[in-house]
Design a protein around this ligand. Structure first.
Ligand code: ATP
Ligand code: MG
Length: 228
């Protein structure tokens, strides 16, 4: 089953009169349970693409269908918030956990905005924190846990609501070698266990290689990664 179908996607940024093309005709299909990586050097448009797919940014032309539904339908109906909070789970380079809330509360919040009652949200949050190996840090604030643990909490938050598509932008960018290995192991294990559909963009070969389907992005276009 197709989770993501992208056709001829184009996007430019404008600086005054200057038009800067960033996505120059992206084509991409991701099926349920695929683990896909897109590798590419800095400035090729990886984050821009992920932001567009996650509904955080708009695009100029082409089509974007997620789980059989055109993303423009959500936009036209003013349902982008619904799209973002239920269809996708984001993992960024920086964890962006809310500093005044505990790890458990951070994960719970992503369930509460999906309308899940507090009691059930707490049980589900604790369950996913156990799966990501940081249940013992559930009552800590983000400032009281390590970088590697923060990224595990961010994974728990992204996966908690079982989104159709998990999007990860350079998720190991802030981690040292040991935590990078651990992160890759964790995400690979969870992907297999829950048959997650994941798209990760990264510079890092080790992370890119962990994916089942390896793609490469250059100058706003995606290619099969023959070198991987
Ligand atoms: N808001 C913006 N306004 C203008 N130009 C932008 C904006 N955001 C990104 N760009 C430009 O678009 C291009 C692609 O940026 P993007 O962040 O998508 O690259 P990237 O592949 O994620 O790079 P990196 O690997 O360094 O994260 C760059 O040339 C960047 O300068
Ligand atoms: Mg980027």
């Amino acid at each position: 089953m197709s989770i993501l179908l992208v056709k001829d996607l184009e996007k430019s940024y404008r600086k005054g009169n200057l038009k800067i093309p960033v996505l120059r005709g992206v084509n991409l299909e991701i099926n349920e349970g695929d683990f896909v990586s897109i590798r590419g050097s800095s400035g090729t448009g990886k984050s821009t693409l992920l932001n567009v797919l996650g509904g955080l940014d708009d695009f100029d032309s082409g089509s974007l269908v997620v789980h059989g539904k055109n993303i423009l339908d959500y936009r036209n109906r003013g349902e982008m918030h619904y799209y973002r909070s239920t269809m996708t789970g984001f993992i960024f380079q920086h964890h962006y956990l809310m500093p005044d809330f505990t790890v458990e509360e951070n994960v719970m919040m992503s369930l509460r905005i999906r309308g899940i009652p507090a009691k059930i949200a707490r049980t589900q949050a604790r369950d996913i924190l156990e799966q990501t190996g940081i249940l013992h840090r559930a009552d800590h604030l983000p400032s009281q846990i390590s970088g590697g643990e923060s990224q595990r909490a961010a994974v728990a938050r992204a996966l908690a609501g079982r989104p159709a598509l998990v999007l990860a932008d350079e998720p190991t960018g802030n981690l040292d070698a040991e935590n990078r290995h651990k992160f890759i192991e964790l995400i690979s294990d969870l992907q297999e266990k829950f048959k997650l559909t994941i798209l990760v963009v990264t510079h890092e070969e080790e992370l890119a290689r962990a994916a089942g389907k390896k793609l490469f992005m250059e100058d706003g276009v995606i290619y099969d990664d023959a070198k991987a």
